[in-house]
Design a protein around this ligand. Sequence first.
Ligand SMILES: [Zn+2]
Length: 266
Amino acid sequence: MDFSEEQIRRYARHILLPEVGGVGQARLLAAKVLVIGAGGLGSPLILYLAAAGVGTIGVVDDDRVDLSNLQRQVLHATGRIGMDKPTSAVEAVAGINPEVRVVPHGLRLDAQNALGLVSSYDIVADGSDNFPTRFLVNDACRLAGKPLVSAAVLRFDGQLATFKAPGPCYRCLYPTEPPEDEMLTCAQAGVLGAMAGVMGTLQAVEVIKELLGIGESLSGALLIVDGLATNFRKLRLKPDPACPLCGPAATIHDLSAHRTHAHAGG
Ligand SMILES: [Zn+2]
């Protein structure tokens, strides 16, 4: 291991862990993680990945920092209202860990750019706020063979799952996009800021576990968190034989079927 004195001090509490050690820390420094959405989930996720020394963090978001974001999006700051979120992420991370490179992707994910973007990273973490983006990210990850750690939060409720072959994918869990009038967003229904913090932080734990290959993967499981009851439930998820990506008669071989332009935010 070729750590500088400063790196040994910065990452000492990781290096002490037998599951991480110098080898694991070096692996984190070499890792590339793509984060979809620098919002309520992406905020703690990006902050912890940066503090952990994940070497390259790609941030996809086409939104700007708004005053109403700051109740939960702890990556951003009052002084950066109006700034595009990936640039705000670059500034926040520079203050925490200057050796981490944040690659800003200030764009909307669509069927044209998703596969190329996902392919240049080791793992993807989705914290977007809408179903079209979630389906698109899922399909791109499956086609590119990249593990996906997916989190969602609304009001006091959260969900977390890891999707990677040969386990189930997001479409095995949600076979169809719900109609638009049934999709509640945090903007419509509200969200407790700290719940986004809990779910985004758990997402960071799972991303780091996948990068290091330690512990029990959340692949094949769905974690359901009820913040009001303080209840954590882990359900088994199986691949759906009728899934157009995982089933024996898989029909999705490229992303051209996606008609909607997906929006990342949260
Ligand atoms: Zn599937």
